[in-house]
Design a binder for this molecule. Structure first.
Ligand code: NAD
Ligand code: TYD
Length: 360
């Protein structure tokens, strides 16, 4: 059984990865997470009592804590997801992004390299060790109406978030080329699904609609993202960890391009169908009536779209969820799991505008 150190495992994607690893009996997992506003151990309730799962609360910038985790847990692999992840928050306060995404990744790389080098030369454990860095398609910048991001697309990050992730990708590549650390990188498109912190478009719109609040669409709503169901992503990451070629990058995408307006309309359609009583209680004809165009995000990237053919061709991965089925699953999950999101909306983040723009 592989011993996998997951950083950021209390976040949206990290918790999906841990649930996937434990459910499939593939690994013993140690979750290292600082529990920032975005970290939530409730997302791991289904695995919390499993003897193969452990949690350590620590900051990836805390060198002593990170070194201790490597020495005590002695991982076979690292899946590095800990990050500040929201573009709008990076506009309001970039320094936390530089600290965690850049300094934290460097700290983790140093600790991983020291641990990997301490393994006996020629041993199976040293040969099998892997460091998988999870990154974003936003490092490639923005697309016009044509073309897709491939693994060869030049880096052109344009927000403090994407610049900090680009820097972390470069550090990982540098550690591979300079020290020989057995690294892998994935760059994925926008994820959606259960346990998504409601500051991001999909969960924010679902919960605002249920509250009868405005559904804020930045600019004209014609920016395009390529939507990837989070459980498809978790499977892709496990596949890359097991079978990816060392030093390589793999793009992960859902092949589901939608404008933001189309995304919000799909959520409203699902809610109109699933929540007629709520609609009536709110005195609304349709949830579509809540759609509100608001001031655009500064530096808003126009279009992201991923070419995932390397991952599909080399490693046989496919996205199983289409956007049309995945968005209904996601809406249904939020309707059935208010125990998870209600404390967040009431105590952590109620949906106010972030990222410097005006609310409406
Ligand atoms: P998230 O914001 O939901 O979770 C991040 C987790 O990292 C949280 O549990 C938080 O507590 C933890 N964390 C933050 N700073 C930390 C620190 N200094 N030390 C230890 N833990 C810390 O993020 P997510 O959406 O799950 O994203 C995971 C990774 O995937 C990130 O690296 C992100 O850049 C990348 N990514 C996300 C998306 C997306 O659509 N969500 C798309 C592409 C790439
Ligand atoms: P988001 O979920 O923040 O992800 P990212 O910025 O990483 O792509 O935003 C997705 C898209 O939705 C992006 O184009 C910005 C837009 N958006 C809105 O129109 N309204 C909102 O309230 C939010 C949070 C995002």
């Amino acid at each position: 059984m592989r011993r996998i150190l997951v950083t950021g495992g209390a976040g949206f994607i990290g918790s999906a990865v841990i649930r996937h690893l434990i459910r499939n009996g593939q690994a013993e997992v140690l979750n290292l997470d600082k529990l920032t506003y975005a970290g939530n151990l409730a997302s791991l309730a289904s695995v919390a009592d499993d003897p193969r799962y452990r949690f350590v609360q620590a900051d990836i910038c805390d060198r002593a804590a990170v070194v201790r985790v490597f020495e005590e847990f002695r991982p076979d692999a690292v899946m590095h997801l800990a990050a500040e992840s929201h573009v709008d928050r990076s506009i309001d306060g970039p320094s936390a992004f530089i600290q965690t995404n850049v300094v934290g990744t460097a700290t983790l790389l140093e600790a991983a390299t020291a641990f990997w080098r301490s393994l006996p030369e020629g041993s199976g454990q040293r040969a099998a060790f892997r460091f998988l860095h999870i990154s974003t398609d936003e490092v490639y910048g923005t697309l016009g109406s044509e073309g897709l991001f491939t693994e060869c697309t030049p880096y052109d990050p344009r927000s403090p978030y994407s610049a900090s992730k680009a820097a972390s990708d470069h550090l990982v590549m540098a550690w591979h080329h300079t020290y020989g650390l057995p690294t892998l990188i994935t760059n994925c498109s926008n994820n959606y699904g259960p346990f998504h912190f409601p500051e991001k478009l999909v969960p924010l719109v679902i919960l605002n609609a249920l509250d009868g609040k405005a559904l804020p669409i930045y600019g004209k709503g014609d920016n395009i993202r390529d939507w990837l169901y989070v459980e498809d992503h978790a499977r892709a990451l496990c596949r890359v960890l097991e079978c990816g070629r060392l030093g390589e990058t793999y793009n992960v995408g859902g092949n589901n391009e939608r404008t933001n307006l189309e995304v919000v309309r799909a959520i409203c359609d699902a809610l109109d169908r699933l929540q007629p009583a709520r609609l009536a209680a709110l005195g609304l004809r349709s949830f579509h009536d809540l759609i509100t165009f608001v001031q655009d995000r500064p530096g808003h990237d126009k279009r992201y779209a991923i070419d995932a053919s390397k991952l599909c061709g080399e490693l046989g991965w496919r996205a199983e969820e289409s956007f049309d089925t995945g968005i209904v699953k996601t809406v249904t999950w939020y309707l059935e799991n208010d125990w998870w999101w209600r404390p967040i909306r009431e105590q952590k983040y109620a949906g106010q505008r972030l990222g410097g723009g005006k609310a409406g």
